[in-house]
Design a protein around this ligand. Structure first.
Ligand SMILES: Cc1cc2nc3c(=O)[nH]c(=O)nc-3n(C[C@H](O)[C@H](O)[C@H](O)COP(=O)(O)OP(=O)(O)OC[C@H]3O[C@@H](n4cnc5c(N)ncnc54)[C@H](O)[C@@H]3O)c2cc1C
Ligand code: SF4
Length: 655
């Protein structure tokens, strides 16, 4: 595949000779300016702003002299957006081989009213006229919108577009009075970059009949715009990638892929590494990533001396400890419309769209990250594996939905956590635990997916074939842990990792549920679900259906683990400490029956030896009783009513 890596060149534009000399005690004579210019040129400055020629004879002479003496450097001269200034700048730059005229005018309403006493229209016209005039003297014109950050965004956009059209090759967006925060400023620049690139964004409502199928939508868009190329980031999901790769033949267009910024690891590197080792373990990969990106490192060694503090992530939530609330974001008008459309279009699906309070804008997502780092990250490490009735989110970040649609970049989350640790606000087991999830697990599962798909989805190492019980859709079961977690998923479309792994998947593995049915269920029920992340987590980590590619042993447990890590058992009709009898917790007899059934295969695995030794200690009669209980339990499980809509979804996913 042709993946284009964008290489961006940063140009150093230096204003020491203009702004710099305004510092007290720094005013320079013309020869001193030349000496300073020579030093700056030696440092590799690309563009030297040598002065403001209209401001004084000294500035004029300095620009002229530097233009003459340093012909290999691009010299810039400042000019207000008016004829006199631009012509004076052009005259000073006359000897320069490489020149730039930098013209500016204020664009904020406050400057327009009190300083310039001009209307927006006047300012717009003067800005464009100055740029056009400057272009008569040089090919390189820069325009600055003074006080840009206090400017009405729509007007700023108009000014940026108009000055580019007039001939400005560089547009400067200064935060003249220090008004903007770094995040706001970053978002403004990101937005203006798309404006500058001249891209128009067209939104299509999902409900518009002709857009219900993507091919028709694309066909219409290419017809209307007459574009023969589609540029896109490389899709993460295999079926989307296959689909888009078929587009050139269907639409007579060319496709160009860019590296997917939702991830850090290079897929080809990952595949090479995975193919070169006996088992592509997450831990090995994670250490490589820590080194490669210099995250939580002291030179070549991990900060604190250990790579992985997993053992410090296993505390039970103490009674009375109430985690800080997760921020809720009020839906804006567009989100409210989308919620109403989802309710209309998918009325027969489980769950509900109403009450959606996740971040859906970049600003909200950044705020969610900030508040997570401030409020919940400090205890994230301690209680990462805990479960508690009535506390669905605990100290988890709930950032996966935002990360998976690109509202947050993985590295900004990682750096935020690292900075909090280095600033002393969070302990190492919290920062490392959180970073491991994103830099380690998230990147790793995507690499596994892309390396081993499409065969991976169909793997079934334990030959599990039981249909999905009905309670996975509505939570109606006496098993309190499952009832709690499924109800939470129906309500929120989300549960935390240990609920996914040690409640939902643990049960599915022990009960021998079909891996593909469980995979489809996860894909259907979660707000953060995408094929690239669900399939390896379910087929590999959750159900061990890949036979150990991802996990060295199945993640299974009896009720003992669930009782140790949470308080569900306290409200359950079953007894977590009984293996046989009417009240015995099904996790117990299913667990021992599972080990017994698969002991042949699992005995080769040294990590299973302790469990298998414990199995040997169980009296034969008790084991037989557990086998019977499991058989009856599975026979009685309500099964098979795979909802019609879910069947429909399945049919759209190629296997
Ligand atoms: C069976 C199963 C299904 C899963 N399905 C999904 C899914 O549909 N979408 C999804 O994003 N994650 C999935 N995960 C991984 C993980 O459970 C979720 O990412 C996490 O629970 C999301 O909640 P959070 O944002 O609060 O995560 P936190 O606990 O705060 O962790 C921080 C971030 O680390 C990343 N992360 C952590 N673990 C994993 C992992 N195993 N794989 C990939 N990323 C990880 C996520 O981006 C997450 O936002 C699944 C795990 C299992 C075992
Ligand atoms: S007793 Fe068993 S079924 Fe009930 S909550 Fe505990 S682990 Fe779950």
């Amino acid at each position: 595949m042709d993946v284009v890596q964008e290489r961006e060149r940063v140009y150093i534009f230096d204003t020491t000779l203009r702004d710099g000399e305004q510092s007290p005690g720094c005013s320079m004579t013309v020869p001193e300016k030349l000496r300073m210019a020579q030093k700056l040129a030696e440092l590799g400055v690309d563009i030297l702003e040598a002065g403001f020629p209209i401001a004084s004879e000294g500035d004029y002479q300095a620009v002229r002299l530097i233009s003459t003496e340093l012909p290999w450097v691009r010299v810039a001269a400042l000019a207000r957006a008016c004829r006199l200034d631009v012509e004076r700048a052009a005259s000073a730059l006359e000897p320069a081989r490489l020149s730039r005229i930098h013209t500016f005018i204020a664009t904020s309403d406050i400057h327009l009213k009190y300083k310039l006493r001009k209307s927006r229209q006047q300012v717009l016209e003067e800005a464009c006229a100055a740029v056009e005039l400057a272009r008569q003297f040089t090919d390189d014109v820069e325009f600055s919108a003074e006080d840009a950050t206090r400017t009405d965004p729509a007007f700023l956009e108009e000014v940026v577009r108009a000055t580019i059209d007039a001939g400005a090759g560089t547009v400067n967006i200064p935060d003249t009075v220090g008004y903007s925060t770094p995040d706001e400023f970053g978002d403004l620049i990101a937005h203006l970059v798309t404006v500058a690139a001249g891209r128009a964004v067209h939104y299509h409502a999902l409900e518009a009949p002709r857009y219900l199928d993507s091919l028709s939508a694309l066909r219409e868009a290419t017809r209307k715009t007459k574009q023969r190329e589609i540029w896109m980031i490389e899709p993460s999901d295999r079926h989307t990638l296959d689909w888009v790769q078929g587009l050139p033949a269907l639409l007579d267009i060319e496709l160009r892929f860019f590296r997917n910024p939702l991830f850090l690891a290079d897929l080809d590197d990952f595949a090479r590494w995975a193919g070169s080792v006996r088992s592509p373990l997450m831990e090995t990969f994670y250490r490589r990533m820590r080194r490669e990106y210099g995250v939580l490192m002291d030179g070549r060694e991990p900060v604190g001396g250990a790579w992985n503090l997993d053992k410090q992530n296993r505390k039970r939530l103490p009674r009375g400890l109430v985690p800080p609330p997760v921020p809720r974001f009020k839906p804006d008008a567009v989100t409210a419309q989308a919620v109403a459309a989802v309710d209309r279009l998918f009325a027969d699906h489980p769950g509900r769209a109403e009450g959606l309070d996740l971040p859906v804008t970049r600003a909200d997502a950044r705020s969610a990250l900030r508040r997570f780092v401030r409020d919940r990250l400090p205890a994230f490490g301690d209680y990462e594996d805990a479960m508690a009735v009535g506390q669905p989110t605990l100290f988890h970040s709930l950032l996966s939905p935002a990360l998976n649609v690109g509202l947050l970049a993985p590295m900004e989350c990682i750096r935020a956590a690292e900075a909090a640790y280095r600033g002393g606000a969070v302990p190492l087991n919290a920062a490392e635990g959180f970073i491991r999830q994103i830099l380690g697990w998230r990147e790793y599962v995507r690499g596994i997916y892309r390396t081993f798909m499409p065969a991976y989805r169909g793997r079934n190492a334990l030959a599990a074939a039981h249909p999905l019980p009905d309670f996975y859709w509505d939570g109606r079961t006496d098993m309190y842990c499952l009832r709690q977690v499924v109800s939470q998923v129906v309500d929120m479309g989300w549960s935390h990792h240990i609920q996914r792994l040690m409640v939902l998947c643990n049960f599915a593995t022990l009960a021998g549920l079909s891996p593909q049915a469980v995979n489809d269920w996860f894909l259907s029920m979660y707000v953060d679900a995408h094929d690239w992340v669900v399939t390896p987590n379910v087929i590999g980590m959750g159900l061990w259906a890949d036979g150990g590619t991802m996990a060295t042993k199945p993640y299974i447990s009896s009720a003992a683990y669930l009782h140790r890590m949470g308080d569900y058992c306290e409200s359950c009709r079953f007894r977590h400490d009984q293996r046989v009898g009417d009240d015995a917790c099904p996790f117990n007899h299913l667990f021992w029956t599972f080990l017994d059934a698969h002991r042949g295969r699992l005995s080769a695995n040294p990590r299973m030896s302790m469990m298998l030794r414990n199995l040997e200690r169980i009296p034969a009669a008790e084991l037989a009783e557990m086998r019977n209980a499991s058989r009856k339990f599975l026979k009685d499980l309500p099964r098979g009513s795979y909802p019609a809509w879910a069947g429909g979804l399945k049919a759209t996913r190629p296997s």
